[in-house]
Ligand binder design. Structure first.
Ligand SMILES: [Zn+2]
Length: 104
């Protein structure tokens, strides 16, 4: 049995390409990770990883509209993480909006 070639096929999309697509979309409008996932065709988790990278690469030009609790209106202003919080610290509700992103 011959050894497999090290790179049997080119991955469907390189990170750079995905980041360019995400950047282009975010320059146009304000989108959530879930929406970006559908538009670019990668998982929400992957979108968040790319956004983390873009956040540092763009030196703060990635703007985040914070998550908000639909029960009490609490806004997660100080949250640094890009992922949606699981639960409201004030009322314990799990009805929380997704943060959305845009590039200013
Ligand atoms: Zn709440």
């Amino acid at each position: 049995m011959k050894q497999r070639p090290r790179q049997p096929f080119v991955p469907p999309r390189r990170d750079d390409t995905v980041r360019q697509e995400l950047t282009a979309l975010l320059r146009e409008e304000d989108l959530t990770a879930w929406e970006l996932s559908g538009l670019v065709g990668i998982s929400e988790k992957e979108v968040l990883e790319h956004l983390e990278h873009l956040r540092s690469a763009l030196h703060g030009r990635l703007d985040m509209t914070p998550s908000r609790c639909l029960e009490c209106g609490f806004s997660f202003q100080k949250r640094e993480r890009l992922k949606k919080p699981g639960r409201c610290p004030v009322c314990r509700s799990e009805r929380i909006t997704d943060p959305s992103f845009t590039i200013g």
